[in-house]
Design a protein around this ligand. Structure first.
Ligand code: 4AD
Ligand code: MG
Length: 467
């Protein structure tokens, strides 16, 4: 049976119980150091950041031949006895009794050399980059955040809903969707008026990849009270930034009988819970990020976990920005959307902690947000954090039928396409609220990684859908 390095790594009772016993490890060689009378082999199997050290002596079968073939990247199975290590780097190591090479790896051509590679270069070898320390650590933290997400919502009685990836409706409004079609793009069927005849397409009408599971989530919240989705979403916007992807994952809770305050409380508790989970369960990886990737990241997360988030209105934020005496690239004016530079100034400098901005002008937010008494703003909320800016966007939903109908007209949206969304407001409508947390932005925030393209296994962005 194979033992994972993780179970041997820490000063746990489990690790101690292996001392003196024979185990088999399987993984990829990271380093080989030949000494006069023996060889140090370090292998990694992805279960931990740090490698496991193995000592191979000439009495193992085929030693000379083996040593010649061992180099970075080779996959091996190594059987041996676990012993306490005299070195200070690790508490346990292994004396090998049998080393088997499973897959060779020519060191002359293997792209992952021991030197540091840029993240840009690593993106061009996305099939090999998970073998690096940084991408391995990102992967484990991402996994922990996903697990903690389910734990948080499940412990609060939210039901996990699977909303569709292919959809006929545009949740966020206006032209950022990828179309899904089986028609021949070179020769599509045409209507007598010369337009593409979508009645002959797979779904009998135009279909798209979803930008959000929210509208479907609302349907289930308006029956089962508290639900959440956690799935891929797609945006065809041509954004070449370090915080945008064309395919990203979103966590979208939706709560019935809830208002904007309940929504803010949930978002704040959620972020604190998952970040605490990562600090408690990914210590080695977090120390790595703290030391090599984003100095101070652990302290930043502790601060976020231990500080109540600031809550302020959009109107107040605009006043702050106008008085800030900063030369922003983009204009600041009531009625304009905030840009990333504004969001980061608020979270990093002015409030110096996460801030939840509320009550944005209705023109710059989606049609489904609930109109406030002033008839100028909506019950929207954006959670802004240092380094990343907007990490969560949400709102209380417009649950009043006549208001929603008026809003669709105002936004020039076809009421007949939202007939089911309107019916939820006709039959037992309830106040409800929810939000969307960008999962990759969360991974970025937790790890301190600079570019969102390095926190998802296979990033999709303009011009790139490789691997
Ligand atoms: O603010 P957004 O567009 O909100 C919605 O989609 C709502 N329907 C959510 C809801 O209320 N259920 O997106 C939510 C979050 C953003 O705050 C951001 O973190 C992330 O999704 N996000 C992106 N992440 C990566 N790449 C992109 N192109 C993103 N666009 C949004
Ligand atoms: Mg948003």
């Amino acid at each position: 049976m194979r033992t994972k390095i993780k179970s041997l790594k820490y000063q746990s009772a489990e690790a101690q119980s292996f001392i003196g016993h024979e185990v088999t490890l399987k993984g990829w060689v990271r380093t080989v150091r030949n000494q006069k009378t023996f060889t140090f082999i370090e292998i990694n199997d992805g279960s931990t950041l740090s490698n496991f050290q193995i000592i191979a002596t000439p009495d193992i079968p085929g030693y000379a031949n083996l040593i010649n073939q061992l180099s970075t990247g080779v996959s091996v199975a190594i059987k041996g006895t676990v012993v306490e290590s005299p070195g200070k780097e690790q508490s346990l190591e292994m004396h090998a009794t049998e080393v088997t090479i499973i897959g060779k790896c020519d060191p002359e051509v293997y792209p992952l050399q021991k030197k540091r590679h840029t993240f840009e270069f690593l993106r061009t070898i996305a099939h090999l980059r998970p073998r690096t320390n940084t991408i391995g650590a990102v992967t484990r933290v991402r996994n922990a955040l996903a697990f903690a997400t389910h734990q948080f919502f499940q412990s609060k009685g939210f039901l996990y809903i699977h909303t569709p990836v292919i959809t006929g409706s545009d949740c966020e409004g206006a032209g950022k969707m990828f179309q899904v079609t089986t028609l021949d793009p070179a020769n599509p069927p045409k209507t007598p008026q010369g337009k593409v005849d979508y009645t002959q397409d797979f779904f009998g009408k135009p279909a798209y990849l979803t930008v959000s599971g929210q509208l479907n989530g609302e349907i289930y919240a308006c029956a089962l009270s508290d639900v959440y989705t956690f799935g891929p979403t797609f945006r065809a916007e041509n954004s070449n930034t370090s915080r945008h992807l064309a395919e990203f994952w979103m966590i979208e809770p939706e709560m019935a009988f809830a208002d904007l305050n309940d929504n803010m409380d949930c978002a704040e508790a959620y972020l604190k819970y998952v970040l605490r989970y990562v600090l408690d369960n990914c210590q080695e990886d977090m120390e790595f990020f703290n030391k090599h990737v984003s100095p101070g990241v652990i302290e930043r997360l502790e601060h976020v976990i231990n500080t109540p988030f600031e809550r302020a209105s959009y109107t107040y934020a605009v006043r702050v920005l106008e008085k800030a005496n900063k030369s922003f690239e983009f204009p600041v004016k009531w009625g304009l959307d905030l840009q990333s530079e504004h969001e980061r100034f608020l979270a990093e400098e002015f409030f110096a902690k996460p801030v939840i901005l509320t009550d944005y002008p209705k023109q710059i937010k989606a049609f489904y947000m609930r109109t406030n008494e002033d008839n100028k703003t909506v019950a929207a909320m954006d959670v802004l954090v240092p380094k990343v800016g907007e990490i969560i966007g949400g709102s209380q939903r417009e649950e009043r039928l006549s208001h929603l109908e008026a809003k669709l007209r105002e936004f020039n949206l076809p009421a007949e396409e939202y007939w089911w969304y309107l019916e939820l407001r006709k039959y037992g409508s309830v106040p409800h609220a929810g939000f969307g947390a960008g999962f990759e932005r969360l991974v970025q925030f937790a790890t301190g990684m600079e570019n969102i393209r390095d926190v998802i296994p296979f990033p999709r962005y303009p011009g790139k859908a490789d691997f």
